[in-house]
Design a protein around this ligand. Sequence first.
Ligand SMILES: [Zn+2]
Length: 702
Amino acid sequence: MNTTRNRLFLLCFLACALILFPLLAGGATVPNNAAPPNEDPKAILPPGPAVNVAYMDRSVRPGDDFYDYANGNWIKNTEIPADRPGTAPALPLADEMDKRVKDIILEVAKSPAGDEAHKISDLYNSFMDEAGIESKGLTPLQPHLDAVKAINNKKELAHALGETLRTDVDALNNTNFHTGNLVGLWVAPDFNDVDHYTAYLLQGGLQMPDREYYISNTDTMKEIRAKYQAHVATMLKLAGFDDSNARATRIIALEHAIAEKHISLADNDDVHKANNPWNASDFATKAPGLDWAEYFRGAGLSKWTRFIVWQPTAITGESALVASTPLETWKDYLAFHLIDSYGRALPKAFADESFAFYGKVLAGVPQQRDRWKRAVGVVNNLLGDDVGKLYAKRYFPPESKAQVEAMVTNLKAAFRKRIEALQWMNPSTKAEALAKLDTLYVGVGFGESWHQYSNYEVKADDLFGNLWRGSLSEYQRQVARLGSSIDRKEWSMTPQTINAVNLPLQNALNFPAGILQPPFFDPKAPAAANYGSIGAVIGHEISHTFDNLGSAFDSEGRVRNWWTREDFAHFEAATAKLVAQYDTYKPFADLALNGKQTLAENIADLGGLAASYDAWKASLAGQPALAEEGFTDDQQFFIAFAQSWAEKERDAALREQVLTDGHSPGKYRALEVRNLDAWYAAFDVQPGEKLYLAPAERVRIW
Ligand SMILES: [Zn+2]
């Protein structure tokens, strides 16, 4: 589970990390070819964690709206750049990271052609080659479109659907439940045999972000659907299909039928419901309709026999639709999904239409990001570790690593104390909880090994081919390790990622170098601010080990109920209170947060904040913290926390986040302070103030 997420703008690091990224995805305003290589990066980074008085609106009472009190002036004075769905104080960091990666790319371009490192610049250049892309038109896709056209029967359809399978979903680490392919594959340690990798199959098949976009009857969603109809028809027309409106209607009707079979994002969080081992031979009887043997042949999975089906009702429903829907509709569906998924890699007319729908309509972003930034995104996505190796060497100082590792030690100690002190928990449950903490692997900065891309062929003049082969070679790499022993220390994020992640099946955490710098962390910042910001992030990831989802795994990463019945009942009652608390927050008149969908993240935020507070106090060893800017030490801690969640989002993007993300928007994440007694004391919050909760209503979990 990571700290943040981002979906629509290609590079798909998803959800269990912190938060900031959804907003930062989407583009920025740095001029093309900026970034002189010798610029001092420190000069461009945002201020580190501290009480940033200029962000605050001190006319607001902290007890009435703590988020506005900490961030009100920043919100008033900040404009969202035209090419972003939102912004945050960390935006300059995201821009700077793009520039650093671009510098690395330009440097490796000087290495001899054919050199492994040269792939990085070849991939970048293929994205920048607009003239080449334009002159080729749809030619690179043509063999694939011809193959769809040649499908003659449902058996061949099953084979073709199998060929679309990719490792583009991730249920527990980067939490991405979306794929436009009918099914998604996630290769991860087996719930029932955590020492080996197995194949998880997840629902898919929708181009729009979630089933709600097809099913919800709000006016906003109806309007989006009308625009989607136009988008599908336009893409087909551009690709030379006749009768594009009628085809679009049939494709969307099929997607709508698929959406009705999908389970909701909130229901995806229950690991016990997801643990459905099926043998390959079970599919024909459990999910009749699709010719599964042919499907697995198309997917190159004929030899693999054990699967875990995350949403069995959805897989069964989708399979039945393969039988009941006419072949011609499926062929149009496949052709459209292919064209639409690669829209950004096609000539300008396609790329512009793609942005008009996925950028403007769905995220509310008026302007496309600079091309070089999108190219950097593609490199980070497909050759992320090759760049990351060079990045880590250059930009991650040893003193940052040492200081963050010390904070991790303090956070773990704080957690241990909190678990030991829990009045309600039985000794046997406590012993396993402590064992989980003891065996937790915490990676800081970058991993101990790197992904190899030797099977990935890159050509400087073939963008479509590069993207196609990139996702295919990653798929083949993952399939090749099915059944092999797992590497618990393997990372799931690159060093240059501004995020953090908990990997429940590995009982491991990753804190990439990207997030270990201002505004999240600064070795020179006051401890109160570092603990309020990155400390709470570290605590957030540790807490995932014990959230509603993480608590289903034991100290070895196995799905096992290690709780006594009473302990689990107590845990569930406490989490139900947190669900109810978050259900009351309404970013829009017609749309509230979903407390169940965001529960794991909200538990992690709460546990992380509480543990970071304790860890910080312990680190002071009885010495008083310095008062800064006239604020007491506790005030600094809580203000830094609320400022780390400052963000501004366009309405469409915020709506999409509420519907499709496990993370609450930043404003509501900051309001976790309501559950901590120390916050009331720090700001003298009294009954009658809007955020006041009576002590019995405050949620205490860990
Ligand atoms: Zn998280």
